[in-house]
Design a binder for this molecule. Structure first.
Ligand SMILES: *[C@@H]1O[C@H](CO)[C@@H](O)[C@H](O)[C@H]1NC(C)=O
Ligand SMILES: *[C@@H]1O[C@H](CO)[C@@H](O)[C@H](O)[C@H]1NC(C)=O
Ligand SMILES: *[C@@H]1O[C@H](CO)[C@@H](O)[C@H](O)[C@H]1NC(C)=O
Ligand SMILES: *[C@@H]1O[C@H](CO)[C@@H](O)[C@H](O)[C@H]1NC(C)=O
Ligand SMILES: *[C@@H]1O[C@H](CO)[C@@H](O)[C@H](O)[C@H]1NC(C)=O
Length: 550
């Protein structure tokens, strides 16, 4: 490169950095809610350069055992029928929910449906030209519910890979209920979601500010930084091995990094957008051909439920009269008053780590318990950290965000703590409760990054349980968040589903307790929201407190 070009490039970078800084200065408060009208770096859709940016992601190296586990995990979430080359986008061949249908199969052995039976529904898919589909891979959600009874249960979907699906439901309550089948994404949309997650640009960019004296600079950061002429700063965490990089500022050292923030980009229109139209190709109900309801009768003495398919896992629980009951062994008790809640939490230390969906639990406790004084240490509403204390009852609760990657405001890098490091500082014991939830902020990153994060957290959980086996460890799973915002991996439930499966598999069989936020949002009648509404949070808190005070 000749000198003149270098000079031009340099002033270009300086100009970009300065305009970004000025932009940030005026818009910083809105970053969480607004997309930038002018992305500071040129943004293209991944489709023009398939997979090219994925190569710039750096992953922590794994041991041979970890590689085996990773391969097993990746196999377990392999999605059927998603060719590696994206299919041509044509609605003609795409699953059309409106032309598809489902039928409730008759009860095996005849007679009326009884409480405890397993109900089976056959779903047949058709495309926009009305032809039956002959391959699987559609993402479906199914539930059985009755709005008046505030009753609901999630069903399990089996993909027969030939354009038909079975949905299986347990019938936990008596009365009349509706079967509801929703196409979340047609199979044709999945390859775009797969390619989109982890590619740069993926709709969200991360930055750091660097400062020393009167010098300020902003550079882009990630684990997926496209290589450029600019050197990079390496922020690898030595204990966990977690990676993070920023482009090195021109005039400041890597040590001068002080703040972290993100910018959501407005994505340009693309031809695949037709696959992501709410109510047309995405998040749309499939009609019944025939009745969509069943009437369930109480089981009389001597009557047997239908044989249930043992290969299909039952639901985690169900709602009845708005209250969640567990079907996986543990009884959910109701903590309906401040005194019931604080009685359970008396003499307890509760450490919460995660994203805003975990913070909602602290917010719920704080709204219910007037004696719980909550301190937001640096006045950073979203990331915290928060400390809450009921001095008389000896209740101590903390909340801390899960560290990078984090789509949260403008926070000091000193507050970016990885959960594994925090857990290594917890003494634990029978009065200690650890709660964590990690998923949403990983949806724009490759799944391998998420697997490594869970591996490091799991190692810390194993260490904690080894030194203090009585510690209660509670894991919050992902939830549905269906949004009316068009095409973005940020608003799709599919990446959450994939990460949720990984989370459950990786902690299976350990001495940990799950709050099944996924089913608790599938089964509920309220609209899906990344931050589930209060009636769902109330039920989650009942589950949490039932684990702490069985
Ligand atoms: C879709 O179907 C229409 C009508 O049959 C046809 O004109 C069009 O060429 C088809 N498009 C593709 C991409 O196959
Ligand atoms: C699809 O596969 C299922 C399960 O093997 C079978 O019951 C069904 O008849 C098949 N449907 C079609 C249309 O081939
Ligand atoms: C819900 O249950 C009530 C009371 O049993 C019943 O009257 C109503 O028809 C049911 N609604 C649906 C949609 O099944
Ligand atoms: C980053 O730092 C870690 C720890 O010092 C080191 O192992 C790793 O090789 C470095 N990565 C790069 C890309 O420089
Ligand atoms: C770095 O310092 C040089 C020389 O003082 C200055 O011209 C340039 O604007 C600085 N770069 C940035 C990004 O602040």
């Amino acid at each position: 490169m000749n000198r003149a070009w270098k000079g031009l490039l340099k002033s270009g970078i300086i100009f970009l950095t300065l305009s970004l800084f000025v932009y940030m200065f005026y818009h910083i408060d809105f970053l969480e809610f607004q997309r930038t009208p002018n992305p500071p770096f040129k943004n293209t859709r991944g489709s023009s350069d398939p997979g090219s940016n994925r190569n710039s992601c750096t992953f922590r190296p794994l041991s041979p055992e970890e590689i085996d586990e990773e391969n097993t995990l990746l196999d377990s979430i392999a999605w059927p029928n998603t060719p590696s080359v994206p299919p041509p986008v044509s609605l003609n061949d795409t699953t059309n929910a409106a032309r598809s249908n489902f039928v409730i199969l008759p009860r095996p052995g005849g007679g009326s449906w009884l409480v405890g039976d397993q109900l089976e529904v056959m779903i047949k898919m058709f495309d926009f030209k009305g032809r039956p589909k002959n391959h699987g891979g559609d993402f479906l959600l199914v539930r059985l519910h009755n709005r008046t009874l505030e009753a609901g249960v999630a069903g399990q979907v089996v993909d027969h890979l030939n354009g038909t699906y079975s949905a299986v439901f347990l019938l936990p309550w008596e009365g009349k209920s509706q079967v509801e089948v929703t196409l979340v994404h047609p199979s044709e949309a999945i390859p775009f979601l797969q390619r989109f997650a982890g590619e740069k640009p993926n709709g969200v960019d991360f930055y750091s500010t660097f400062q020393s004296g009167s010098l300020n600079e902003i550079t882009m950061c990630s684990v997926c930084l496209p290589p450029t002429q600019q050197p990079q700063c390496n922020y690898t965490d030595l204990n966990t091995g977690e990676l993070w990089f920023c482009y090195k500022p021109q005039n400041l050292s890597c040590d001068a990094r002080i703040k972290h923030f993100h910018v959501k980009q407005k994505l340009p229109k693309a031809k695949e957008d037709v696959l992501f139209e709410n109510g047309v190709t995405m998040n749309i109900g499939i009609p019944a051909s025939g009745p969509a309801h069943v009437t369930v009768f109480p089981k009389m003495k001597g009557q047997l439920a239908t044989d249930s398919n043992k290969d299909i896992p039952g639901p985690a629980g169900y709602y009845y009269k708005g209250l969640w009951s567990s079907l996986s062994g543990s009884t959910v008790k109701r903590f309906n008053s401040a005194s019931a809640i604080s009685q359970c939490l008396k003499d307890k230390v509760v450490h919460m780590y995660g994203d805003s969906t975990v913070r909602q639990w602290l917010e719920f406790l704080s709204s219910e318990l007037s004696d719980l004084k909550v301190y937001n240490l640096y006045n950073l509403k979203k990331p915290g950290p928060y400390v809450a204390l009921d001095y008389a009852k000896n209740i101590f609760v903390t909340f801390r965000c899960h560290g990078l990657p984090l789509r949260m405001g403008y926070l000091p890098v000193t507050e970016l703590h990885y959960i594994a490091n925090e857990l290594d500082a917890v003494t634990g014991g029978k009065n200690t409760v650890v709660v964590f939830g990690v998923w949403a902020h990983f949806n724009t990153f490759p799944i391998k990054y998420y697997i490594r994060r869970l591996m490091s957290i799991r190692k810390a959980v194993v260490r904690l349980l080894a030194r203090a086996p009585d510690t209660r460890i509670i894991i919050r799973t992902a939830n549905l968040k269906q949004s009316s915002t068009p095409y973005s991996v940020l608003f799709s439930d599919w990446p959450s589903l994939q990460r949720d499966k990984i989370l459950r598999t990786m902690f299976k069989g350990m001495d940990v307790y799950f709050v099944d936020a996924w089913e608790m949002t599938v089964a509920h009648y309220l609209k899906h929201d990344i931050h589930p509404p209060r009636p769902i949070i109330k039920n989650m808190i009942d589950v949490v407190l039932s684990y702490i005070c069985p």
